[in-house]
Design a protein around this ligand. Structure first.
Ligand SMILES: Nc1ncnc2c1ncn2[C@@H]1O[C@H](COP(=O)(O)OP(=O)(O)O)[C@@H](O)[C@H]1O
Ligand SMILES: [Mg+2]
Length: 266
């Protein structure tokens, strides 16, 4: 199996050398746990090694994200000018956005092999702003076409021109499956950022993307005594023998470094 190396120090060894090519990897953790830094490092290392990428942001402007990257010496302006990365900043507040049109255009423009989606929880919270294309082959498309037909009478979803639906009611979980399916159809290896409620033992607020994705990485920033300690763990990785450990994580001047655990595979 082809592996997509993140190039993040100490991480790839936890997952047999990298993410399975073409997979959707969910990266979950509370605000400030380092998800955006992880994602930037993944794209930067890819672009520097011939694997171009796209950063889709719903949370912050791409200017802020590029500024963050500069702290670690990652010059995304240069990579963008060289056609190696593309940023898509989704402006919430407009309705009926079909972000997949923009994503496919950017993918073709830079010949992207990697994609970051930052973040799915924001998408889930704002579902009613988006349209979701259903014009793909396969079971999901027929499910949704059927759903859209059922819904015309049921009143939860509205079909547009027969090929698009948008959310108006309580179809949230099904639509999150659909968005993950659309991401996997792009042909890129995707890092999908999100968060859950740890008090409720939730990995995600939507409650389904952890099942729909091929892998789950969780990041923590927990108070231990008088100090916040950063850790990272691999919860799930299809077709991979994964490290069972919770690993210490440091944010250094060069980005994230996962501290080696004495014995990686128990
Ligand atoms: N240059 C840096 N050196 C050390 N820590 C940093 C640096 N830049 C940001 N951080 C830490 O990283 C955190 C933000 O990481 P970020 O990836 O944006 O989190 P998330 O996307 O999970 O919300 C900040 O709270 C800060 O503690
Ligand atoms: Mg972030």
């Amino acid at each position: 199996m082809d592996r997509v190396r993140t190039g993040i120090g100490g991480f790839d060894g936890l997952v047999e050398g990298g993410f399975p090519a073409g997979s959707n990897i969910l990266l979950t953790g509370l605000p400030g746990t380092g998800k955006t830094i992880f994602a930037l490092q993944y794209l930067y290392n890819g672009a520097m090694n011939g694997e171009n990428g796209i950063y889709v942001t719903l949370d912050e402007s791409f200017e802020m994200i590029k500024e963050q990257a500069k702290q670690f010496g990652w010059d995304f302006d240069k990579l963008e000018a060289e056609g190696k990365v593309a940023f898509i900043s989704v402006r919430l507040g407009r309705t009926k956005l079909d972000i997949f049109d923009q994503i496919r255009e950017a993918r073709d423009k830079v010949n992207a092999k990697r994609l970051v989606f930052d973040n799915l929880a924001t998408y889930a919270v704002n579902l009613d702003l988006f349209t979701i294309p259903v014009g793909y082959a396969g079971s999901i498309a027929s499910t949704v076409e059927m759903t859209a037909r059922g819904i015309e009478s049921g009143g939860n979803l509205l079909a547009e021109k027969g090929d698009k639906i948008y959310y108006t009611g309580n179809m949230e979980k099904r639509l999150i499956y659909l968005i993950v399916e659309h991401l996997s159809r792009l042909g890129t290896t995707n890092l999908v950022l999100t968060y859950g409620n740890p008090d409720l033992n939730q990995l995600t607020i939507d409650g389904v993307s952890e099942f729909a994705c091929d892998g789950i990485v969780e990041m923590f920033n927990q108070l231990v005594g008088a100090k916040h300690v950063r850790t990272i763990t691999v919860m799930k990785m299809r077709n991979t023998k994964q490290s069972p450990y919770i690993n210490d994580l440091e944010i250094t001047g060069q980005g994230l470094v996962v501290k080696p655990v004495e014995k990686v595979y128990g």
